[in-house]
Design a binder for this molecule. Structure first.
Ligand code: CDP
Ligand code: CDP
Length: 228
C-alpha cells in the first residue's frame, strides 16, 4: 500500500481546522492529530493542580510528566489526561483564557513538538495547529493555512458552544477573546502563528465545511500523484 503523506493545517482560532482536518483524515484513511488539544490538556492539568500558568518551570515539568493520549470517537475524537477523558473539560472558557500563556513557554513547546513529531513519523497524518507547517513538520508536502474573518470565526464558535451545551460568552465577547488569543499566538517568541512560505492560504469565510474538505483533498491528490 502507498505510504500516506504528512498534511499540516494551521491557522487562527476557530477557522475550521479541526473539523476539516478530521474529515480529510477520514477521506484518506489517515490519522488525525489535534495539537491544540495537547496544549489544552497541559493547561487543564496546571489549573487542576493549582499551578500558575505563568510558572514556566513547574508547567514545563508537568508537560513532561503527564500522559496525553487520543482515541477515535464520534462525533469527536476523545482526549485523555493520564487516562482520564478530558474531551469536554479542555473546551471550557478557563482553558481558552489560559492556554496561550502555557503555549508560549518554550520548554512546553519543545515537549509537545517532540511528541507531535513522533505521532507524525510514519506519515499518513493530518495534523492541525498553529506551527505545524512552520516548525513541527517543516517538510510536510501539503501545508494549508486556513483563515476566516474574526466575526465569522466567533459566530461559528458561538453556534458550536450552543449546540454542544457548553456555557458560552456573548458573540461580542467571544470575538474579543478570539482576537486576543490570535494576537498572543502571533506575537509570541517561540513558534508563533505564522503562515509557512510554502503553505496554501485558504479563506473559509464563505465556504462550507464540505467545500473546504474538497479543496484540501484536491491538493492532497495532486501531491500524491506528483510524488508517485
Ligand atoms: O480550537 P481553537 O482554534 O480554539 O484552539 P486550539 O487549536 O484548540 O488551540 C488552543 C491554543 O493552543 C491556541 O490558542 C494556541 O495558543 C495553542 N496552540 C499552539 O500554540 N500551537 C499549536 N500547534 C496548537 C495550539
Ligand atoms: O479547529 P478550529 O478552532 O480552527 O475550528 P473548528 O473547531 O474546526 O471549527 C469551529 C466551528 O466552525 C465548528 O463548529 C465548525 O463546524 C464550524 N465551521 C463552519 O461552520 N464552516 C467551516 N467552513 C468550517 C468550520
Amino acid at each position: 500500500m502507498k505510504k500516506g503523506i504528512q498534511v499540516a493545517i494551521d491557522g487562527p482560532a476557530s477557522a475550521g481546522k479541526s473539523t476539516v482536518a478530521k474529515l480529510v483524515a477520514k477521506r484518506f484513511n489517515y490519522v488525525y492529530c489535534d495539537t491544540g488539544a495537547m496544549y489544552r490538556v497541559v493547561t487543564l492539568a496546571a489549573l487542576d493542580q493549582g499551578i500558575a500558568v505563568t510558572d514556566s518551570t513547574q508547567v514545563s515539568q508537568l508537560a513532561r510528566e503527564i500522559k496525553i493520549s487520543f482515541a477515535p470517537g464520534e462525533p469527536e475524537q476523545r482526549v485523555f489526561l493520564n487516562g482520564r477523558d478530558v474531551t469536554t473539560a479542555i473546551r471550557q472558557g478557563r482553558i481558552d483564557q489560559n492556554v496561550s500563556a502555557v503555549a508560549a513557554i518554550p520548554a512546553v513547546r519543545e515537549e509537545m513538538t517532540n511528541q507531535q513529531r513522533q505521532i507524525a513519523e510514519e506519515g499518513g497524518i493530518v495534523m492541525d495547529g498553529r506551527d505545524i507547517g512552520s516548525t513541527v513538520l517543516p517538510n510536510a508536502p501539503v501545508k494549508i493555512f486556513m483563515v476566516a474573518t474574526a466575526h465569522e470565526r466567533a459566530r461559528r464558535r458561538y453556534v458550536e458552544n450552543k449546540a454542544k451545551g457548553i456555557a458560552t460568552a456573548s458573540l461580542e465577547e467571544l470575538q474579543k477573546e478570539i482576537e486576543l488569543r490570535d494576537q498572543k499566538d502571533s506575537s509570541r517568541k517561540v513558534s508563533p502563528l505564522v503562515q509557512a512560505p510554502d503553505a496554501v492560504r485558504l479563506d473559509t469565510t464563505s465556504l462550507t465545511i464540505d467545500e473546504v474538505v474538497d479543496r484540501i483533498s484536491t491538493i492532497i491528490e495532486k501531491t500524491l500523484n506528483e510524488l508517485a
